[in-house]
Design a protein around this ligand. Structure first.
Ligand code: 0O2
Length: 212
Protein backbone atom coordinates (compact mmCIF):
# COMPACT_ATOMS: atom_id res chain seq x y z
CA UNK A 1 0.00 0.00 0.00
CA UNK A 2 1.52 3.37 -0.98
CA UNK A 3 1.29 6.50 1.17
CA UNK A 4 -1.68 8.02 -0.64
CA UNK A 5 -3.66 4.78 -0.41
CA UNK A 6 -2.76 4.60 3.29
CA UNK A 7 -4.13 8.14 3.86
CA UNK A 8 -7.40 7.13 2.13
CA UNK A 9 -7.69 4.02 4.30
CA UNK A 10 -7.13 6.02 7.49
CA UNK A 11 -9.82 8.52 6.44
CA UNK A 12 -12.29 5.73 5.58
CA UNK A 13 -11.56 4.03 8.89
CA UNK A 14 -12.13 7.20 10.89
CA UNK A 15 -15.39 7.87 9.04
CA UNK A 16 -16.73 4.35 9.26
CA UNK A 17 -15.80 3.69 12.87
CA UNK A 18 -15.56 5.79 15.98
CA UNK A 19 -19.13 7.06 15.76
CA UNK A 20 -18.43 9.96 13.36
CA UNK A 21 -21.60 9.32 11.35
CA UNK A 22 -23.92 8.53 14.28
CA UNK A 23 -24.90 12.14 15.12
CA UNK A 24 -25.66 12.67 11.41
CA UNK A 25 -28.04 9.69 11.56
CA UNK A 26 -29.74 11.28 14.55
CA UNK A 27 -30.00 14.64 12.79
CA UNK A 28 -31.53 12.91 9.76
CA UNK A 29 -34.12 11.12 11.90
CA UNK A 30 -34.96 14.37 13.71
CA UNK A 31 -35.51 16.15 10.38
CA UNK A 32 -37.58 13.26 9.04
CA UNK A 33 -39.88 13.40 12.08
CA UNK A 34 -40.17 17.16 11.76
CA UNK A 35 -41.10 16.90 8.08
CA UNK A 36 -43.71 14.23 8.82
CA UNK A 37 -45.30 16.55 11.35
CA UNK A 38 -45.19 19.52 8.96
CA UNK A 39 -46.78 17.33 6.29
CA UNK A 40 -49.61 16.20 8.57
CA UNK A 41 -50.45 19.77 9.54
CA UNK A 42 -50.24 21.34 6.10
CA UNK A 43 -51.91 18.50 4.19
CA UNK A 44 -54.85 18.91 6.56
CA UNK A 45 -54.86 22.71 6.25
CA UNK A 46 -54.55 22.68 2.44
CA UNK A 47 -56.95 19.76 1.94
CA UNK A 48 -54.47 17.97 -0.35
CA UNK A 49 -51.13 16.17 -0.16
CA UNK A 50 -48.41 18.71 0.65
CA UNK A 51 -45.38 16.36 0.76
CA UNK A 52 -45.65 13.08 -1.11
CA UNK A 53 -42.29 11.54 -0.15
CA UNK A 54 -39.48 11.97 2.37
CA UNK A 55 -36.32 9.86 2.13
CA UNK A 56 -33.14 10.05 4.17
CA UNK A 57 -29.65 8.82 3.50
CA UNK A 58 -26.23 9.05 5.10
CA UNK A 59 -23.34 9.44 2.69
CA UNK A 60 -21.04 6.42 2.63
CA UNK A 61 -17.42 6.95 3.77
CA UNK A 62 -16.33 6.18 0.16
CA UNK A 63 -18.63 8.84 -1.25
CA UNK A 64 -17.37 11.33 1.39
CA UNK A 65 -13.78 10.52 0.40
CA UNK A 66 -14.54 11.08 -3.30
CA UNK A 67 -16.18 14.40 -2.58
CA UNK A 68 -13.30 15.53 -0.34
CA UNK A 69 -10.86 14.68 -3.16
CA UNK A 70 -13.08 16.49 -5.69
CA UNK A 71 -13.10 19.57 -3.45
CA UNK A 72 -9.33 19.22 -2.88
CA UNK A 73 -9.80 19.17 0.91
CA UNK A 74 -7.34 17.77 3.44
CA UNK A 75 -8.52 14.36 4.62
CA UNK A 76 -9.41 15.19 8.23
CA UNK A 77 -12.64 14.67 10.13
CA UNK A 78 -12.82 18.33 11.14
CA UNK A 79 -12.48 19.38 7.48
CA UNK A 80 -15.12 16.85 6.39
CA UNK A 81 -17.49 18.28 8.98
CA UNK A 82 -16.88 21.83 7.75
CA UNK A 83 -16.74 21.22 3.99
CA UNK A 84 -19.35 18.54 3.35
CA UNK A 85 -22.89 19.87 3.56
CA UNK A 86 -24.57 16.63 2.65
CA UNK A 87 -23.18 13.91 4.90
CA UNK A 88 -26.78 13.76 6.11
CA UNK A 89 -29.28 14.17 3.29
CA UNK A 90 -33.05 14.35 3.24
CA UNK A 91 -35.04 14.41 0.01
CA UNK A 92 -38.50 15.89 0.01
CA UNK A 93 -40.87 15.47 -2.92
CA UNK A 94 -43.74 17.97 -3.07
CA UNK A 95 -46.79 18.02 -5.29
CA UNK A 96 -46.55 21.55 -6.71
CA UNK A 97 -43.92 24.19 -7.51
CA UNK A 98 -45.19 26.67 -4.90
CA UNK A 99 -45.06 23.96 -2.21
CA UNK A 100 -41.26 23.99 -2.53
CA UNK A 101 -41.08 27.66 -1.51
CA UNK A 102 -43.78 27.26 1.14
CA UNK A 103 -41.70 24.52 2.76
CA UNK A 104 -38.58 26.70 2.72
CA UNK A 105 -40.50 29.43 4.57
CA UNK A 106 -41.79 26.88 7.12
CA UNK A 107 -38.23 25.67 7.72
CA UNK A 108 -36.94 29.25 8.13
CA UNK A 109 -39.54 29.90 10.82
CA UNK A 110 -38.72 26.74 12.77
CA UNK A 111 -37.07 27.82 16.02
CA UNK A 112 -35.34 24.51 16.62
CA UNK A 113 -33.28 24.45 13.43
CA UNK A 114 -31.16 27.07 11.66
CA UNK A 115 -31.15 27.56 7.89
CA UNK A 116 -27.53 28.29 6.97
CA UNK A 117 -27.68 28.21 3.17
CA UNK A 118 -30.14 27.82 0.31
CA UNK A 119 -29.35 26.98 -3.31
CA UNK A 120 -32.18 27.50 -5.75
CA UNK A 121 -31.64 25.23 -8.74
CA UNK A 122 -35.35 25.61 -9.59
CA UNK A 123 -35.12 29.28 -10.53
CA UNK A 124 -31.56 28.75 -11.79
CA UNK A 125 -31.16 25.14 -12.96
CA UNK A 126 -27.72 23.57 -13.25
CA UNK A 127 -26.10 23.31 -16.70
CA UNK A 128 -27.21 19.65 -16.78
CA UNK A 129 -30.85 20.75 -16.41
CA UNK A 130 -31.00 19.63 -12.74
CA UNK A 131 -33.77 21.35 -10.78
CA UNK A 132 -34.15 21.18 -7.02
CA UNK A 133 -34.04 23.56 -4.09
CA UNK A 134 -31.34 22.75 -1.55
CA UNK A 135 -31.58 23.97 2.02
CA UNK A 136 -28.72 23.35 4.42
CA UNK A 137 -29.93 23.35 8.03
CA UNK A 138 -28.25 22.91 11.39
CA UNK A 139 -30.14 20.36 13.47
CA UNK A 140 -29.53 19.92 17.21
CA UNK A 141 -28.48 16.45 18.33
CA UNK A 142 -28.08 15.85 22.04
CA UNK A 143 -27.57 18.86 24.32
CA UNK A 144 -24.64 20.69 22.78
CA UNK A 145 -24.10 19.42 19.27
CA UNK A 146 -25.59 20.52 15.94
CA UNK A 147 -25.18 18.74 12.61
CA UNK A 148 -25.67 19.94 9.06
CA UNK A 149 -28.40 18.30 7.00
CA UNK A 150 -28.94 18.99 3.30
CA UNK A 151 -32.61 18.99 2.37
CA UNK A 152 -33.30 18.61 -1.35
CA UNK A 153 -36.81 19.79 -2.17
CA UNK A 154 -38.36 19.16 -5.59
CA UNK A 155 -41.59 18.24 -7.35
CA UNK A 156 -42.44 14.69 -8.40
CA UNK A 157 -41.62 15.52 -12.01
CA UNK A 158 -38.24 17.04 -11.08
CA UNK A 159 -37.53 13.99 -8.94
CA UNK A 160 -38.26 11.62 -11.83
CA UNK A 161 -35.75 13.53 -13.97
CA UNK A 162 -33.08 13.79 -11.23
CA UNK A 163 -33.19 10.09 -10.34
CA UNK A 164 -32.80 9.01 -13.97
CA UNK A 165 -30.06 11.56 -14.73
CA UNK A 166 -28.24 10.71 -11.48
CA UNK A 167 -28.11 7.07 -12.50
CA UNK A 168 -27.12 7.47 -16.14
CA UNK A 169 -24.99 10.63 -16.12
CA UNK A 170 -24.26 12.41 -12.80
CA UNK A 171 -22.68 9.49 -10.99
CA UNK A 172 -20.64 8.56 -14.07
CA UNK A 173 -19.10 12.05 -14.00
CA UNK A 174 -18.53 12.33 -17.75
CA UNK A 175 -20.53 15.35 -18.76
CA UNK A 176 -20.92 16.16 -22.43
CA UNK A 177 -20.05 12.61 -23.37
CA UNK A 178 -23.52 11.40 -24.31
CA UNK A 179 -25.76 12.54 -27.15
CA UNK A 180 -28.84 11.98 -24.94
CA UNK A 181 -27.80 14.73 -22.53
CA UNK A 182 -29.26 17.30 -24.94
CA UNK A 183 -32.56 15.40 -24.79
CA UNK A 184 -32.36 15.27 -21.00
CA UNK A 185 -31.94 19.04 -20.88
CA UNK A 186 -34.98 19.49 -23.12
CA UNK A 187 -36.93 17.16 -20.82
CA UNK A 188 -35.92 19.29 -17.82
CA UNK A 189 -37.32 22.37 -19.56
CA UNK A 190 -40.52 20.52 -20.47
CA UNK A 191 -40.84 19.39 -16.85
CA UNK A 192 -40.63 22.99 -15.64
CA UNK A 193 -43.40 23.95 -18.09
CA UNK A 194 -45.56 21.04 -16.90
CA UNK A 195 -44.98 21.92 -13.25
CA UNK A 196 -46.08 25.52 -13.97
CA UNK A 197 -49.14 24.29 -15.87
CA UNK A 198 -50.13 21.87 -13.10
CA UNK A 199 -49.89 24.73 -10.61
CA UNK A 200 -52.16 26.87 -12.82
CA UNK A 201 -54.68 24.03 -13.05
CA UNK A 202 -54.68 23.66 -9.27
CA UNK A 203 -55.18 27.41 -8.79
CA UNK A 204 -58.10 27.40 -11.26
CA UNK A 205 -59.68 24.45 -9.43
CA UNK A 206 -59.29 26.21 -6.09
CA UNK A 207 -60.81 29.40 -7.53
CA UNK A 208 -63.75 27.44 -8.98
CA UNK A 209 -64.37 25.80 -5.61
CA UNK A 210 -64.43 29.12 -3.72
CA UNK A 211 -66.84 30.69 -6.26
CA UNK A 212 -69.35 27.79 -5.87
P1 0O2 B 1 -24.72 12.20 -4.31
O1 0O2 B 1 -24.09 10.89 -4.58
O2 0O2 B 1 -26.04 12.32 -4.95
O3 0O2 B 1 -24.77 12.50 -2.85
P2 0O2 B 1 -21.38 22.61 -1.91
O4 0O2 B 1 -20.28 22.29 -0.98
O5 0O2 B 1 -22.74 22.40 -1.24
O6 0O2 B 1 -21.28 23.96 -2.53
P3 0O2 B 1 -22.05 20.37 -3.56
O7 0O2 B 1 -22.34 19.47 -2.40
O8 0O2 B 1 -21.40 19.72 -4.76
O9 0O2 B 1 -21.19 21.60 -3.12
O10 0O2 B 1 -23.42 21.05 -3.93
P4 0O2 B 1 -24.53 20.79 -4.98
O11 0O2 B 1 -24.12 21.17 -6.35
O12 0O2 B 1 -25.70 21.51 -4.42
O13 0O2 B 1 -24.77 19.21 -5.01
C1 0O2 B 1 -25.24 18.52 -3.90
C2 0O2 B 1 -26.03 17.31 -4.33
O14 0O2 B 1 -27.07 17.68 -5.26
C3 0O2 B 1 -25.25 16.25 -5.09
O15 0O2 B 1 -24.55 15.45 -4.16
C4 0O2 B 1 -26.37 15.51 -5.83
O16 0O2 B 1 -27.08 14.65 -4.96
C5 0O2 B 1 -27.30 16.66 -6.22
N1 0O2 B 1 -26.95 17.17 -7.56
C6 0O2 B 1 -26.21 18.26 -7.83
N2 0O2 B 1 -26.10 18.44 -9.16
C7 0O2 B 1 -26.80 17.45 -9.75
C8 0O2 B 1 -27.06 17.09 -11.12
O17 0O2 B 1 -26.62 17.74 -12.08
N3 0O2 B 1 -27.82 15.98 -11.33
C9 0O2 B 1 -28.33 15.23 -10.31
N4 0O2 B 1 -29.08 14.17 -10.63
N5 0O2 B 1 -28.08 15.53 -9.01
C10 0O2 B 1 -27.32 16.62 -8.74
P5 0O2 B 1 -23.24 14.64 -4.55
O18 0O2 B 1 -22.46 14.44 -3.30
O19 0O2 B 1 -22.52 15.32 -5.66
O20 0O2 B 1 -23.76 13.26 -5.05
Amino acid sequence: MDRVEETYQIFLGQMGEGGFLEPYRQACRRMEQKLEKINEGYSEELGRVFISQVTCRIKTPESCLNKMLRKKCSLEMQTAQEQLNDIAGVRVVCSFLDDIYKLVEILKEDQEIEVVKTKDYVRKPKASGYQSLHVIVLVPVGKEEKKKVEIQIRTQAMNFWAVVEHHFVYKKGNYGKYEFQKDLKECAKAIYKIDKKMLLIREKMEMAQTVK
